[in-house]
Design a protein around this ligand. Structure first.
Ligand SMILES: Nc1ncnc2c1ncn2[C@@H]1O[C@H](COP(=O)(O)OP(=O)(O)OP(=O)(O)O)[C@@H](O)[C@H]1O
Ligand SMILES: [Mg+2]
Length: 249
């Protein structure tokens, strides 16, 4: 079975591409067969691929919304187990089409209120598509308690929100930038480093959420899935959490 994760937030510079590359490589190292799709004409992933050569996971740029589902079908038929889609900042039809295909959307945000609020339009689209999602708090300062305080404050304000904040936080470290320039995942660039450790743990968290999603889907027939996603407490934990969060904006 293939799963699809989508990195999406309208806020630029949040870490969509960095986390897409990092997670794709960490997942591959954990045994997944991975392909990356890039819908951002900015081409960060294509640049990374050009530094990387032909080493997997391969990056496929896509410019037409309708091509996303077609490409994912081809991946699934070809034995790919994980597709990772990196989207552009802002909101456009490519991002909407990617979100429609997601088993899990990851919304990177720096751990501050302004960045979380800036992601609200993206979260609304994700909710409207009845997709699961989680915030990934990224570029957290590595000294001092500010980042964990921000995460704790987020989760404390709304207990349900704890379900939609991925663990662990991803700290601001040069390894992420240097890995990009080297065409490597951060877990390849400095395998024993703290950034590598965070990204490996983040992949484990994401994988657990994907498995939960598989189990929910198996309990639901395709005909009732869309309706049940609104009402089934297990299947909608993330969406319900976002609802109360969203209402507070
Ligand atoms: N955890 C991190 N530590 C250090 N640098 C980071 C981290 N995450 C992202 N960066 C850096 O921040 C910048 C923006 O990250 P990135 O390009 O991944 O964001 P993005 O959301 O894809 O941006 P865009 O919206 O422009 O596509 C890059 O220079 C990247 O190397
Ligand atoms: Mg990007």
């Amino acid at each position: 079975m293939m799963r699809t994760i989508v990195l999406a937030t309208q806020k630029g510079g949040s870490g969509k591409s960095t986390l897409a590359m990092g997670l794709a490589v960490a997942a591959q190292q954990a045994g997944e067969i991975v392909r990356l799709i890039e819908t951002d004409p900015q081409g960060t992933l294509s640049y990374w691929q050009s530094c990387r050569g032909l080493a997997e996971p391969l990056v496929e740029p896509i410019q037409q919304p309708a091509d996303i589902a077609r490409r994912l079908d081809a991946f699934a038929r070809g034995g790919v187990t994980l597709a990772v889609i990196d989207t552009s900042s802002g909101i456009n039809e490519l991002t909407r089409a990617a979100i429609e295909q997601a088993d899990l959307c990851l919304v990177p945000a720096r751990p501050c209120v302004a960045d979380i609020i800036a992601s609200a339009p993206t979260v609304k689209i994700i909710r409207a598509s009845h997709r699961r999602f989680a915030f990934v708090l990224n570029q957290a300062p590595h000294r001092g308690p500010r980042a964990s305080e921000a995460a704790n404050a987020l989760c404390h304000n709304d207990r349900d929100l704890a379900d939609v904040v991925a663990k662990p936080l991803v700290t601001l470290r040069n390894d992420h930038q240097d890995a990009l320039a080297a065409g490597l995942g951060v877990t390849e660039f400095h395998a024993s480093g703290k950034s590598a450790s965070e990204i490996r743990l983040l992949w484990q968290w994401v994988e657990t959420r994907l498995i939960e999603g598989d189990e929910s889907r198996m309990r639901l027939s395709p005909r009732t899935e869309r309706h049940s996603l609104r009402t089934n407490a297990v299947a909608t934990s993330a969406n319900e959490a976002s609802s109360s969060w969203d209402a507070g904006l």
